[in-house]
Design a protein around this ligand. Structure first.
Ligand code: SAH
Length: 416
């Protein structure tokens, strides 16, 4: 398919996309053009006046203003709340195989420029809109690539994508983890299966900043590991050297391993998932820290209260809960949840202890999260200082025209 970095358009994939020619046009309602002009990559159904042409899910369409002016080009899915995902604002750019190859190689080059492969062999190679490839996530785990295709357009590109990833990265295997709700929202069925080459082992060994981790890409959360927290694990380790560290919402214990490396005497991993805790213990053993790690299986809201009632104290606490606010409708409840665990954690810290606290809800802005922390500090009766502000790892870049690409935020708090 490729020779010396230039692509030869091949027979693979859907012929309509291989040519990349628009199959129709989506006309934007008068007065709703601004988002497209400001390069937001989603066109919502409420902004669509009409669709021209016989378009099928996944087809290339032009986006036109009410008077017929060309605005952008993207992929259509009439069955989605986001009927068009814009992929280019350049009228001369066809959304064909050459385009796909160019975007993939740019994404790969960017990870190399950022020095990521020198730190780890597990990282996000393609982060959807942030790499101008809506509907595609691709994560590298050692010799394997795990992909998520969650728009009909990307779903139809499975074969060319496999071929291009092979040329670009030379993996031993490519695996699809298509069991997330984003696929269902686009009316695509779940798919979890090896796509090419060796199937990944049940547990894959990765290394990150010199530490080793087992990853279950078949059944683990996301594509197996929280790659978005890598930079934060590295940056916050210095706060986690104390006598007693609590890693709440631990999953497979990644923050614990960093804490143990810098000399924490004891780290408690707390999670509701027995399976995640088992892997956390194995990760500790893998790095030679087995005797300093403990597991508690339970609900953090209850366990933190139990710690408070029994007068337990910690030198440092990590709070990395799941997304409490997946939609706006539950935002108020989510904020109460964030306040509750943060207030409890502040109460459990020794004077001068550190709280490393996160929210991965896109709905919760950094400002809103800071307000929650403020309210929690008042209720806990503790003086709290922000010593660092944290975001998602740099292989998950935030596109400034697409605020939705920013979801992870955190603080390192000194609790005085
Ligand atoms: N910090 C982890 C990722 C955490 S993901 C890492 O870097 O790898 C969130 C975790 O919270 C999941 O493992 C999930 O099982 C757990 N969880 C969800 N609700 C919980 C609750 N109420 N109490 C404790 N753990 C919970």
């Amino acid at each position: 398919m490729r020779s010396n970095g230039t692509i030869v358009v091949s027979e693979v994939g859907n012929s309509h996309m291989a040519k990349g020619k628009p199959k129709g046009a989506v006309i934007v309602k008068q007065g709703r053009e601004e988002a497209v002009q400001r390069r937001h990559p989603w066109l919502f159904s409420g902004s669509v006046a009409r669709v021209e042409g016989q378009v099928q899910p996944g087809d290339v369409v032009d986006v036109l203003s009410h008077d017929g002016t060309w605005m952008a080009r993207g992929f259509v899915n009439p069955q989605s709340e986001v009927p068009v995902r814009i992929a280019t604002w350049d009228p001369n750019e066809a959304l064909d195989d050459e385009w796909l190859w160019k975007r993939l190689s740019n994404a790969w080059q960017r990870r190399m420029d950022l020095g990521i492969p020198e730190e780890t062999n597990a990282f996000r190679l393609v982060y959807a809109e942030s790499d101008f490839l809506p509907g595609l996530i691709a994560d590298c785990y050692a010799d394997f690539i795990v992909v998520q295709l969650y728009t009909p357009a990307m779903d139809q590109q499975r074969d060319p994508l496999v071929s291009m990833f092979r040329d670009l990265v030379h993996p031993s295997g490519i695996f699809e983890r298509g069991d997330m709700d984003t696929r269902l929202r686009e009316k695509l069925l779940p798919r979890v299966a090896p796509l090419w080459g060796e199937p990944p082992p049940e547990r894959l060994l990765i290394s990150e900043h010199g530490l080793k981790f087992w990853v279950d890409v078949w059944r683990g959360h996301k594509t197996g590991f929280y790659l978005d927290q890598r930079d934060n694990r590295f940056r916050t380790a210095r706060y986690l050297k104390g006598e007693r560290v609590l890693n709440a919402f631990s999953y497979t214990g990644s923050f614990a391993i960093y804490a143990l490396r810098v000399g924490a005497k004891e780290v408690i991993n707390l999670d509701t998932s027995a399976e995640a805790l088992r892997l956390a213990e194995e990760n500790a053993a893998l790095n030679g820290f087995a005797e300093r790690v403990r597991s508690i299986e339970g609900n953090a809201f209850q366990v933190l209260r139990h710690f408070r009632d029994t007068g337990q104290q910690f030198d440092a606490i990590v709070l990395d809960p799941p997304r409490f606010a997946p939609t706006k409708a539950v935002l108020e409840n989510a904020l109460r949840g964030y306040k509750d665990i943060n207030w409890l954690a502040m109460r459990l810290l020794k004077p001068g202890g550190y709280l490393i606290t996160f929210s991965c809800s896109g709905m919760v802005t950094p400002e809103l999260f800071q307000q929650v922390i403020f309210a929690a500090a008042i209720d806990a009766g503790r003086e709290v200082a922000i010593v660092e502000r944290l975001g998602q790892s740099r292989d998950h870049p935030v596109l400034v025209t697409f605020p939705e690409s920013e979801y992870l935020k955190g603080f390192v708090l000194a609790v005085l």
